[in-house]
Every structure is written in structure tokens, then in C-alpha cells.
Ligand binder design. Structure first.
Ligand code: FES
Length: 135
């Protein structure tokens, strides 16, 4: 089928359970998350905060699940682009030192919270509902 467009799933406008906090215990808190057709990676940064970002690097598509946690982010295992927990690229090692190209690169990311040992994500559009509504 030529020119077929991929249909995006309708994502819930509510907090959705994606993992347990204990899934991120251990020396390498980086896990793949596949939900509603989205391929994502969940990781805990050096500050202990969670990031839920697109799983594939926007450069050459490397799997960020094999990325290295360092400098408070997740570094792509292929050419080393570094992303923070919000999906913002914060470093491109092969670019000239004065390049600001990295500022224009951002992976899709989703709000994520931990509550009562559960990791909840908001995959909907707009602002997430108040975290108080999470049971
Ligand atoms: S594929 Fe990720 S930096 Fe090149």
C-alpha cells in the first residue's frame, strides 16, 4: 500500500501504570516500556528523577535502552548524543565545541511520577491531571 500513513493510537487522558519502582532497583535503572504502540525507555537519572523518552535515537535510530546513564542523562550507545530526562539533547560529542545544534533536538517524552511503589505516566495530550487523583 503506497503512501500509507501510520495511525497514531488514541492515548488515555489519565495517569497510566507503566512499571513498579522496584523494576528500577539495581545498578542500571534503564528499562524498555512498550505501551499503546509507543516504544519508550524509562530511566532514573543521577538526581533520582525519572525520565520516559522515545526509545530510538533521532540520529540513526539506536536503541536508547542500551544507552549509558551519565552526566544526569542517558547517552546514546552509538555516537554518544546525551539526552536529559525530558528528552532534550544536551550534548553532541562530534559537533564543534561552539555548536548549538543540540538545542534543536528533542526526543518525545512523557510526564512520569512515582506513587506508592508504582510508576505512572501520562501519555495523553495537554497537561496531565493532578497527581492527587492517582490512587
Ligand atoms: S544513533 Fe544516537 S547518537 Fe547516533
Amino acid at each position: 500500500m503506497a503512501n500509507a500513513q501510520r495511525e497514531m493510537p488514541v492515548l488515555p487522558e489519565a495517569w497510566t501504570w507503566i512499571a513498579n519502582s522496584s523494576d528500577l532497583d539495581g545498578p542500571r535503572p534503564v528499562i524498555p516500556i512498550t505501551i499503546y504502540g509507543q516504544r519508550l525507555v524509562l530511566f532514573r537519572d543521577d538526581e533520582g528523577k525519572l525520565g520516559l523518552i522515545e526509545r530510538h535515537c533521532p540520529h540513526r535510530g539506536a536503541d536508547m535502552c542500551f544507552g549509558r546513564r551519565e552526566d544526569n542523562g542517558l547517552r546514546c550507545p552509538f555516537h554518544g548524543w546525551l539526552f536529559d530526562r525530558n528528552g532534550q539533547c544536551i550534548e553532541q560529542p562530534a559537533e564543534p565545541a561552539d555548536s548549538t545544534l543540540y538545542k534543536t533536538i528533542k526526543l518525545p517524552s512523557y510526564p512520569v511520577v512515582e506513587k506508592n511503589g508504582a510508576v505512572m505516566a501520562f501519555l495523553g495530550s495537554g497537561e496531565p491531571p493532578a497527581e492527587d487523583n492517582i490512587a
